[in-house]
Write a protein that binds this ligand. Structure first.
Ligand code: G4P
Length: 189
């Protein structure tokens, strides 16, 4: 999506060859007009696929997920991160390891908000190693829901998440695909 690519070129900051900071429009300050346009793009792409619910992972996925849910007339479920296992029969939980942040956390889904009738679109901000999305898929499968696709604002193609998901048969749709990063050069695919 050209608009998102332009914003990344204007305001994105490559911290190194792996990490892109997008704090002025996605991760810290959020640009609602841009989010709305991104949501329209996701909604058009996934239209007619029988999606019943949008699922995202807190916290930076919430903005694009909410706008997409509004655009598609659906509810949005936010998977929550908790530091340790919470023993509760009403919850599904799975451990996620974040390579970028060097942390582990339990991703949590309440049985109340997803059912086996749901066909889910997962929306997130970044797709890097794919750990968060893979964990979300594990949780959704515990709930016997099906996955209609994965939409991300930014996919870093030099990291394995996108290929891993595509090889596993998931439809991955990224609005901006970054081929390589360096302090003074961001290259899109
Ligand atoms: P993965 O889920 O694709 O495997 O990613 P990884 O574990 O490597 O990274 C986890 C966290 O780091 C995620 O945020 C992800 O959005 C963020 N992240 C990955 N690459 C980048 C990057 O280049 N720039 C920025 N700004 N963030 C990146 P999170 O832990 O879920 O936190 P939150 O921001 O959603 O609260």
């Amino acid at each position: 999506m050209r608009l998102l690519e332009e914003k990344i070129l204007k305001e994105g900051r490559a911290v190194n060859e792996d990490i892109l900071r997008v704090d002025t429009f996605i991760n810290h300050q959020v640009d609602p007009e841009l989010m709305q346009k991104c949501a329209k793009d996701f909604a058009a792409h996934f239209k007619g696929m029988g999606i019943t619910k949008i699922v995202t992972i807190e916290s930076s996925g919430i903005a694009p997920a909410l706008f997409t849910a509004l655009e598609m007339g659906l509810q949005v479920v936010i998977l929550k991160k908790q530091p340790s296992k919470v023993l509760n029969d009403d919850l599904y939980q799975t451990m996620i390891t974040s390579f970028t942040k060097g942390t582990n956390y339990e991703l949590t889904l309440s049985k109340e908000v997803i059912s086996e009738q749901d066909h889910v679109l997962i929306i997130d901000d970044f797709l890097a190693n794919g750990e968060a999305v893979t964990g979300a898929i594990r949780l959704l499968r515990m709930a016997h829901a099906t996955i209609g696709g994965v939409g991300v604002l930014i996919q870093k193609q030099f990291q394995p998440g996108g290929d891993k998901l595509t090889d596993a048969g998931f439809e991955v749709y990224a609005l901006a695909r970054i081929q390589s990063l360096s302090k003074d050069n961001i290259v899109f695919s």
